[in-house]
Write a protein that binds this ligand. Structure first.
Ligand SMILES: [Zn+2]
Length: 414
């Protein structure tokens, strides 16, 4: 067996293993959730709401299975039937500039994946979310959002691809060091300005209006040295009824956003407790650690790419005798699937740990936060029909936040 055949076998196996593991996890999670309502669970849901939460989980599970099967069949067909190589050959017939070919190749893949994802995203919004009463988005807003997301991914993705392909063309195996510096600069920019630039394209952010909540928030922020000018209310209610809050930014450019749905459904004290949790993310430097961690990961990935991309067998594994940057990169990322699964596990575990720290911060800095946070989280879960009994392995792989009952139990202890 030649090296390229072996690589192809590796790629196909990894796609199949990834698919199978995903399906088994989904199945375990689906089975795990069917349990009688516990005493802790009864603090969140009445029996009717609990049944509804399980039905919501099942609807999402079935749809996930279907999209997984279709997605895997398509990617396997593209690999085995040589669709990627065909596209590459078509571009080579028409253009001679390698960088242009790479940018067009990736651009076409972005177009195809956007178009093919549209039906599933439409179904999920207007059938599943609609059925369970979450959806507030109109068809017009949905298509506006989709077009904006598409244009943003082209506007950000293609120049970066061009730059990296150019660096690779100039430096070959040594490209990874320079490419890493470029990624550090880009990710620094995105960590600092990403939300500030892109969120207003989708949502209106306005300073928290005067009133009882603002006064309570002002009092809290003063004790924490957090500038109130960075606090916004976001019109999330135009898309969904679900509640949330977030922290984003670095250094002087930082914002905390509260969904209008959260402000509407939570009491003043509960809202301040949630806000204190978000301030906790900032004070405990979670953004910095995430930033460093993600850049270390990028460094490892790029170093591996520097080592492997020059090998013509990567492009050959997908069926092309003409080695190219984009085909080799595609083969690399397909082979990289197991490593990215492990990285995902580490990232999520880290993120869940940070959530506990931020809860702790809220309790330590806002009097009564233990009860208020408790009540706020219960409302958040009720309003989003959270799964009370996710499977532990599913949690490890997919959850960036601790499961609700574990988080509530932790709040009682700390
Ligand atoms: Zn958090």
């Amino acid at each position: 067996m030649s090296t390229s055949d072996l690589l192809l076998l590796g790629i196909v196996s990894f796609v199949l293993i990834d698919f199978s593991v995903g399906m088994v996890l989904d199945y375990l999670n689906e089975r795990q959730k069917e349990q009688p309502l516990s005493a802790e669970g009864a603090e969140i849901f009445n029996p009717e709401e609990y049944a509804k939460s399980m039905a919501y989980g099942t609807a999402k599970y079935r749809f996930e299975m279907l999209t997984n099967v279709i997605g895997t069949v398509v990617i396997l067909a593209a690999i085995i039937l040589g669709w990627f190589v065909w596209l590459d050959a078509q571009l080579r017939d028409r253009f001679s500039n390698n960088l242009l070919i790479t940018v067009l190749f990736i651009g076409i893949l972005i177009v195809i994946s956007t178009v093919t994802n549209l039906p599933s995203s439409y179904y999920s919004t207007f059938v599943i979310e609609e059925k369970f009463g979450f959806n507030k988005s109109t068809k017009k807003l949905f298509f506006q959002d989709s077009v904006k997301q598409f244009l943003i991914s082209l506007a950000l993705g293609l120049p970066v691809i061009y730059a990296v392909a150019w660096i690779y063309q100039e430096l070959q195996n040594q490209f990874w060091i320079v490419a890493w510096v470029l990624f550090v600069v880009i990710s620094l920019f995105m960590f600092i300005y990403g939300t500030r630039i892109f969120l207003p394209m989708f949502n209106k952010l306005k300073p928290l209006p005067d009133g009882e909540l603002r006064s309570a928030v002002e009092d809290y922020c003063q004790t924490q040295g957090f500038p109130l000018s960075k606090l916004y209310e976001m019109d999330a209610s135009k898309r969904s009824t679900k509640l949330n809050a977030f922290f984003s930014g670095m250094g002087k450019v930082k914002i905390i956003g509260l969904y209008d749905t959260l402000i509407e459904k939570l009491t003043v004290e509960e809202t301040v407790a949630v806000l204190a949790h978000e301030v906790g993310h900032y004070k405990r430097k979670h953004v910095y650690t995430m930033f460093i961690f993600s850049n270390v990961q990028t460094l490892v990935i790029l170093a591996l790419m520097g080592w492997l991309l020059g090998n013509p067998n990567l492009s050959k594994a997908l069926g092309s005798d003409t080695p190219s940057f984009h085909l080799s990169m595609l083969a690399f990322f397909l082979l990289f699937t197991p490593v990215s699964t492990v990285l995902g596990l580490i990232n999520n575990s880290f993120s869940r740990h940070n959530e506990y720290q931020a809860d702790q911060y809220s309790i330590d800095t806002y009097p009564g936060a233990r009860e208020h946070m408790h009540d706020a989280l219960k409302k958040l879960s009720r309003e989003s029909l959270s799964n009370l009994n996710p499977h532990p392995v599913y949690v490890a792989v997919h959850y960036s936040h601790p499961p609700i009952l574990e988080r509530l139990a932790n709040l009682k202890q700390v």
